[in-house]
Design a protein around this ligand. Structure first.
Ligand code: FES
Length: 242
C-alpha cells in the first residue's frame, strides 16, 4: 500500500541583510507539503507562520512579472512556477547572483534591467512624430510572430544568473539584452541603421563577449529562442564589418 501522508519538506533559505553581507547564513525551516504547493505558497506559509522577517519578491504568481526568480537547489527558476512535488524534500533557496541584494531572496533585477535598457537603447527609434489617429503599418504575420515571441521576455534575470560569461564579466549585457535589441533590429518601425546597433552591441559586453555556454536558453522560463537571436545579431554585426 502506498504512503499517502504528506511529505515533510525541509527548506533551507539563505538569510542576509544588505547592510551586513558578510553575515549571511542558511536557516532551516520545516513544513508539510500540500497538494499543488508551489514555492510561492511554501514561502508565504513560512513567512506567515514561522518568520515574518523572511524577505522575498512576488507580484503576479503566474510567471508573468518575473519578480520571484531565485536559485532553487542551485538552478535559476521562478518560485511561483515551481511545484514542490517536482523537487526533493530538501530544498535550498538562495538569491539570484549578479544583482543588487535587497535582503534574503530579494534582489533588484529592475535596476539592472533599466540600466541595460538605457545602455542598449531598447526602444523603437523613429524620426516620425507619433500620430495616434493613423492606422499602424501592417507587419507580415511571420515577422509579427517573431516580434511577439521576443516581447514575451519577463526580465526575471534567470538567463543572467545561468550565464557563465556574466559571472566573469559583470558588464556583460547577457541574452536578455541581446535578444531585446534583436527585437528592435527586426522591427520595421525602428529606423536605426546597422552602424547604430553596432555601436551598442558589437563588443565584449555584447555579441562578441558571449562564450556560447548557452545556460541562458537552458534556464529561460519562457523558453525564448535566445541562442537563435544571439547568433542572428552576431552574424549581422560581423557582416557589417566585412
Ligand atoms: S510572481 Fe510573477 S513571475 Fe513569479
Amino acid at each position: 500500500m502506498s504512503d499517502t501522508s504528506p511529505r515533510q519538506l525541509s527548506v533551507r533559505i539563505f538569510r542576509v541583510r544588505p547592510e551586513q553581507p558578510a553575515e549571511g547564513f542558511f536557516q532551516d525551516f520545516q513544513l508539510l507539503e500540500t497538494t499543488g504547493m508551489t514555492l510561492f505558497i511554501a514561502l508565504n506559509q513560512l513567512r506567515e507562520e514561522q518568520d515574518p522577517t523572511l524577505c522575498f519578491d512576488f507580484v503576479c504568481r503566474a510567471g508573468i512579472c518575473g519578480s520571484c526568480a531565485m536559485l532553487i537547489n542551485g538552478r535559476p527558476g521562478l518560485a511561483c512556477h515551481s511545484l514542490t512535488a517536482n523537487l526533493p524534500p530538501r530544498i535550498i533557496l538562495a538569491p539570484l547572483p549578479g544583482f543588487e541584494l535587497l535582503g534574503d531572496l530579494s534582489v533588484n533585477t529592475g535596476k539592472w534591467m533599466r540600466g541595460m535598457s538605457e545602455r542598449l537603447q531598447t526602444w523603437v527609434h523613429s524620426q516620425q512624430q507619433r500620430d495616434i489617429s493613423r492606422i499602424e503599418e501592417a507587419v507580415e504575420p511571420a515577422l509579427a510572430e517573431q516580434l511577439y515571441a521576443l516581447d514575451r521576455c519577463i526580465e526575471c534575470g534567470c538567463c543572467l544568473a545561468a550565464c557563465g560569461t556574466r559571472q566573469i564579466n559583470r558588464d556583460f549585457n547577457g541574452a536578455v539584452g541581446i535578444a531585446k535589441l534583436s527585437r528592435y533590429y527586426l522591427d520595421p518601425a525602428d529606423k536605426r541603421d546597422t552602424a547604430q546597433y553596432y555601436d551598442v552591441i558589437a563588443d565584449e559586453n555584447g555579441v562578441f563577449g558571449c562564450l556560447s555556454l548557452m545556460g541562458c536558453e537552458d534556464f529561460c522560463p519562457k523558453h525564448l529562442p535566445l541562442q537563435v537571436q544571439l547568433a542572428f545579431m552576431r552574424k549581422k554585426m560581423l557582416e557589417f564589418t566585412c
